[in-house]
Design a protein around this ligand. Structure first.
Ligand SMILES: O=C(O)CCC(=O)C(=O)O
Ligand SMILES: [Fe+2]
Length: 244
């Protein structure tokens, strides 16, 4: 069996992601966004700090609401009630970021990608330097929370997009396992013992993975928060839609 591969595509060629993902566990577009643009976006994220949403007792924050956090925290009512305002906060702090993420998803899908009705659009994760996740790493998980039972049953195509806006000083890779969702959100020991690869991010890199793939943020060090824009995309019927 070949090595567990994460392949790179040129930023202008991300339409090749879908094909590349049939053979690789992840596809990276190095420097998809240049450093100056990332710096501006990160400046906006911090200028909008009072509008961040905290989750898991301050383990992480987001600009814009993330479905999986509100689902786990029993806040789905707040998620839907706040969706339009969540998008307005992201746009106010990071103008153009949601369009950039949806544009990336459209380029990969080769078709227009719509915002999922009622859901929050692409948003930003902030994992604080020196925080719990920096010390322990994140949850080992699949990104299936936002998929409907029918989508999961039919294994609807679903992709996760991560744009690293501010890489931490050391560490903070995304570990990708040679294992995908098999009907339970709890990874088995057998899955965890399979091979894995750690994707190290540089600021500006875009990573695309199959949302059914087992993954985990690795611990990180230094005084710099890990700040990344994220969205999930899935084929719903005949068209793709995105949410955070
Ligand atoms: O920031 C990352 O590298 C991945 C984040 C993640 O796993 C998620 O948003 O579900
Ligand atoms: Fe994830």
């Amino acid at each position: 069996m070949g090595a567990l591969a994460v392949v790179a595509v040129e930023p202008g060629r991300i339409s090749a992601v879908t094909g590349a993902l049939t053979a690789a566990v992840g596809v990276r577009a190095p420097r998809f966004v240049d450093e100056d643009a990332c710096r501006r976006l990160v400046g906006g994220v911090y200028a909008g700090r009072s509008a961040w949403t905290a989750a898991f007792d301050g383990v992480q924050f987001s600009l814009g609401r993330a479905w999986y956090t509100d689902l786990e925290l029993g806040r789905t009512g707040a998620y839907f009630a706040d969706a339009a305002a969540s998008d307005a906060r992201v746009e106010a702090s990071c103008p153009g970021l949601q369009d950039l993420m949806r544009g990336a998803a459209s380029a990969v899908a080769g078709a227009p990608v719509a915002q999922r009705r009622g859901f929050c659009g692409p948003g930003v994760h902030v994992f604080p330097a020196g925080g719990w996740l920096a010390g322990h790493g994140g949850d080992v998980h699949f990104d299936v929370e936002g998929l409907s039972p029918a989508q999961i049953r039919g294994r609807a195509p679903a992709l996760t997009y991560v744009l690293m806006l501010q890489a931490p000083e050391r560490g903070g890779a995304l570990r990708l396992w040679d294992a995908t969702y098999e009907g339970s959100e709890a990874p088995t020991d057998a899955m965890l013992s399979r091979r894995h690869v750690d994707v190290e991010y540089a600021t500006g890199d875009l990573l695309v993975i199959d949302s059914y793939r087992l993954h985990q943020i690795q611990p990180f060090e230094g005084a710099t928060d890990r700040v990344s824009a994220t969205c999930h995309a899935a084929l719903a019927g005949a068209s793709w839609e995105v949410w955070f």
